[in-house]
Design a protein around this ligand. Structure first.
Ligand code: ARG
Length: 611
């Protein structure tokens, strides 16, 4: 949540914030809240509109209505039974006699059931506001503006150079990209940062290894695998010949001083690694605005240690310098080693200060594994102790581990499963499925990439991010499960209905209610109404996914939409002899396709037109 979690004053503030930035759709929930809040009994009980907004809920049984107002909290103040109050309120809300703010509009009916006042929104009215908005906003439908004028940094992926880009990195990469997309859709100015692990004493070792037994051609052929091999070989040789370690320290010192030769080698390792990473980013369609990694902050360390010193936070400990965080239950943080070299954590402190000064961020978000929880709590505490009031705007968004189902894939590099191989494997498997099904002859290659990679990304985002999970091929590629291919398929099916309509001389693109009359009553059937309701909720789902940094809320909502579309498609004939009903249903199919496409785009999943 964007909210300061230390003194979260509850959902009220957030709710108020959301309502202020509603899209163009009619906000029925807010209309109901305003009606209730205007009742004399509510005033008498001393409840504000915000209180009412907190009390209003969604009935567990949808048959009861769309919203409910439980009357328990009024009982004491009004000295009456909740059942009696509910009946009284429902009668008042339904009466033709104007209340303080006028009669309840007919599309919002109120009825008492026991201690609850239940509200029902007329399906045609809901369909009307939805369809007007989707046609009006098109590929922007679902967006809203709470972030306007605010810069948010989202740091994600951040692999280490000269190290394999493996399956473990998929989570930060894919979850981070989705969060960045969602926040941009909420109006934030988003900076996507890849904080490459491109600095540290290990590069001294790599330089020595390369000089002693490396070859340029070998590195260029397979950069990361080769550099990794050099690194391993360095350690084997250093066991026989300890002078290598000394040589490596000297090489790193030379790199830190900026000696041209060491610097050039390191830059080359970085470039070659980045080429391999970029291959994967391209497959995923993921981009960054900045690749300022750890090395970028190497010349910004002195300021950090100086400030820590001046604040009296730095302590000597066996020649090294630490910040003691025991008082906060966070142990001791090593800031500078006895040989003067700085550490990962020091670079994070420097990076946060730089980012605040450079970007003036509203929030600075780190999508990094939960194993690094302590690290983040330590350095954010250090920033706070340094006196930076914005420390609390640095937010660690953690996620759990991913494991491949045993024996699911053979690997090129020992027991490390490369992300690139996972994606290629997904494409191959999808191609086999497509060919087996006998669908799609031309464009199989592209479709397999869109569906295969989409399946991997979708499964990744379907899980609540904090949970560990096991990646399962059969599950991810199941066209009937809660999967990417299933949602893509429902999108393609909607697209195909619209194409058919076009072939029959109709024009679904032109069914904008702003330009022609649509018979919304034709969408009152259960299947259509259920679909309308889910599409109507999309903007709120996007907002919540953004506020909670939880793309799975959107992923799951898309599955619900896909399922509802499938029921609608099977139970209602869309193209019928009744032109008015056909138009209305086509307009709804057009909206479903648009909503699914918008949602998939935010998740970074392709939405093929045909499947
Ligand atoms: N390079 C690190 C790793 O692979 C992740 C960096 C996370 N970001 C940060 N600012 N510390 O584990």
């Amino acid at each position: 949540m964007f909210h300061n979690t230390r003194k979260d004053s509850g959902t009220a503030v957030l709710t108020a914030l959301f309502l202020k930035y509603q899209t163009t759709m009619r906000d029925f929930r807010q209309e109901i809240i305003a009606k209730i809040a205007a009742l004399p009994q509510i005033r008498e009980a001393g409840l504000t509109e915000t209180d009412v907004s907190e009390i209003v809920e969604i009935p567990a049984d949808p048959a009861l209505g769309d919203y409910a107002f439980p009357c328990f909290r009024l009982a004491k103040a009004l000295r009456s039974a909740p059942q009696a109050i509910a009946a009284e309120l429902a009668a008042l809300l339904s009466s033709a006699a104007p209340l303080t703010d006028g009669p309840t509009p007919p599309e919002l009916s109120a009825a008492a059931t026991g201690p609850y006042v239940n509200f029902r929104i007329d399906p045609a009215a809901l369909a009307e506001t939805l369809i007007r908005s989707v046609y009006g906003e098109k590929d922007r439908f679902g967006s809203s503006g709470p972030g306007a004028g605010r810069t948010v940094l989202v740091e994600y992926s951040s692999p280490n150079i000269a190290k394999p880009f493996h399956i473990g990195h998929i989570r930060s990469t894919v979850i981070g990209a989705a969060i960045a997309n969602i926040l941009a859709f909420l109006g934030y100015e988003v900076e996507r940062i890849n904080h490459l692990g491109d600095y540290g004493t290990q590069f001294g070792k790599l330089i020595v290894a390369y000089r002693r037994f490396g070859s340029r051609e070998e590195v260029e052929r397979a950069p990361i695998a080769t550099l990794l091999k050099y690194y391993v070989d360095f350690h084997t040789q250093a066991e026989q010949d300890p002078s290598l370690e000394e040589e490596a320290r000297a090489a790193f010192a030379a790199l830190e001083r900026g000696e041209p030769e060491e610097r050039a080698l390191w830059e080359w390792f970085r470039e070659e690694s980045l080429k391999e990473f970029t291959l994967v980013y391209d497959m995923l369609g993921i981009t960054f605005d900045s690749y300022a990694g750890e090395s970028f902050y190497s010349d910004k360390m002195k300021r950090v240690t100086d400030e820590l010193e001046a604040a009296g936070l730095l302590e000597n400990s066996q020649g090294a310098q630490i910040v003691d965080l025991e008082a906060y239950g966070l142990g001791k943080a090593l800031i500078r080693k006895s040989d003067g070299s700085t550490l990962y954590i020091t670079r994070d402190v420097a990076a946060a200060i730089y980012r605040k000064e450079h970007y003036g961020f509203y929030k600075n978000i780190y999508v990094v594994a939960s194993q690094q929880e302590l690290h983040f709590r330590q350095w954010i505490k250090i920033i706070e102790l340094m006196g930076y009031g914005w420390a609390q705007d640095c937010i660690h968004v953690p996620f759990g581990l991913v494991r491949l189902k045993d024996g699911a894939m053979s690997t090129r590099t020992g027991n490390v499963v490369l992300l690139e191989d996972v994606l290629r494997n997904a494409i191959e498997k999808t191609k086999a499925i497509i060919e087996e099904k006998g669908v799609l002859t031309d464009g199989t290659e592209e479709a397999a990439a869109q569906i295969g990679i989409g399946a991997v990304v979708f499964q990744e985002l379907h899980n609540n991010r904090i949970k560990d999970y096991v990646f399962d091929w059969d599950k991810a590629l199941n066209f009937d499960g809660e999967t990417g291919p299933y949602v893509q398929y429902s999108h393609a099916r909607a697209a195909s209905v619209l194409r058919k309509a076009q072939e029959a001389g109709l024009n679904p693109d032109a069914l904008d209610p702003a330009r022609r009359k649509i018979d919304f009553q034709a969408l009152s059937g259960d299947a259509a109404a259920a679909l309308v309701k889910l599409l109507y909720q999309l903007p709120a789902q996007v907002r919540e996914a953004g506020e909670r940094y939880e793309p799975s809320l959107l992923t799951r909502h898309l599955v619900d939409i896909a399922q509802a579309f499938s029921v609608f498609y099977h139970e209602e004939r869309i193209l019928t002899d009744d032109p008015a009903a056909t138009d209305a249903k086509l307009a709804l199919a057009w909206c479903a396709r648009t909503c699914i496409a918008n949602g998939l785009r935010l998740l970074g999943v392709a939405a093929p037109e045909r499947m």
